[in-house]
Ligand binder design. Structure first.
Ligand code: G1P
Length: 311
């Protein structure tokens, strides 16, 4: 069954990035030359998704404007002959896909945000994509790979069961993620069968070190579970808890995706994403590498050890 719709929970206030996010949504912060949200929307489109569903809140309209026509701007670029830029701006709107939005009136958690999209999703399997997780379609040694959601759609077509992206994390970070409890070894294609899920467990209580990253393919029966879901970790309605309920009816899989993930929900991860993507561009790399070398030398002199903790 084709995955046509993707839910983007984007109602968060972005307090970690204040004051930058006082008047603009954090999803509109640039990563090199595109707003953060655009990367994940492009990833969805590359996976064949036709409907992007933003679950928003007050102050998020710049995101909707970004994926709408801008006639004056387009006309100006045309008059000036800036055809390349015009092409990039026009590509943000196309007849082959649409943007919808629905409000999350109360900040009751990720599970609640997804539930808010139930009428727009209807009775079909769908994707959930968290744009804070920016996933570069490349291996660490620079080999290109498929965009993550495309990988996941292909996996879903094989197993026809809900799945979520997972990656191994350091043991002391389990309290920042949903953690899966595997019921068996990873298959050749990267699927890990799951028998349980826990949202943000302390390291001592974590069933594994495999953390959920913000990409899911879910079946519509999740909405019934979310509707009945009580508040969980952090006093919020958690998607992870409702997914544990899916286990009664479905096999559930973690998918060890290929790609490099930057946690753009943190300042350090956001800076790493910017730097990594800028270094992919020859014109920027030419300036950045000598600068980075000089700064590294400086900090090596200033700091006895450069080994910092990962963010
Ligand atoms: C959410 C999910 C969590 C998941 C994480 C991935 O947490 O609740 O299970 O591991 O996204 O980024 P949040 O980062 O919104 O606290």
């Amino acid at each position: 069954m084709k995955i046509r719709k993707a839910v983007f929970p984007v109602a968060g206030l972005g307090t970690r990035f204040l004051p930058a996010t006082k008047a603009i949504p954090k999803e509109m912060l640039p990563v090199v030359d595109k707003p953060l949200i655009q990367y994940t929307v492009e990833e969805a489109l590359a996976a064949g998704i036709e409907e992007i569903i933003f679950v928003t809140s007050r102050g998020k309209t710049p995101m909707e404007d970004h994926f709408d026509r801008a006639p004056e701007l387009e006309e100006m670029l045309r008059c000036r002959g800036q055809i390349d830029l015009l092409g990039q701006i026009e590509a943000l709107v196309a007849e082959s896909w649409s943007v919808f939005s629905v409000r999350q009136n109360d900040p009751l958690g990720l599970g609640h945000a997804v539930w808010c999209a139930r009428d727009l999703v209807g009775n079909q399997p769908f994707a959930v994509m968290l744009p804070d997780d920016l996933i570069q379609p490349s291996t660490l040694d620079g080999q290109p790979v498929s965009p993550v959601m495309k990988q996941m759609v292909e996996q879903f077509q094989q197993v026809q069961s809900p799945l979520m992206a997972v990656m191994e994390i350091p043991a002391d970070q389990t309290n920042r993620y949903g953690i899966i409890d595997p019921s068996g070894p990873q298959t050749e294609t990267g699927l890990i069968p799951v028998k349980g899920l826990v949202e943000k467990p302390k390291p001592a209580n974590a069933p594994s070190r495999m953390a959920i990253i913000g990409r899911y393919i879910l079946t519509p029966d999740i909405f019934g579970l979310l509707g009945d879901q009580r508040a969980g970790a952090g006093g919020e309605i958690q998607l992870t808890d409702a997914m544990a309920g899916l286990l009664k009816k479905h096999a559930l899989y973690g998918y060890r995706f290929q790609g490099i993930r930057y946690d753009c929900g943190t300042k350090a991860g956001y800076q790493m994403g910017n730097l990594a993507l800028a270094l992919e561009m020859p014109e920027l790399r030419r300036h950045l590498l000598p600068f980075m070398q000089e700064r590294l030398n400086h900090w090596a002199r200033m700091t006895p050890t450069l080994a910092g903790k990962s963010p």
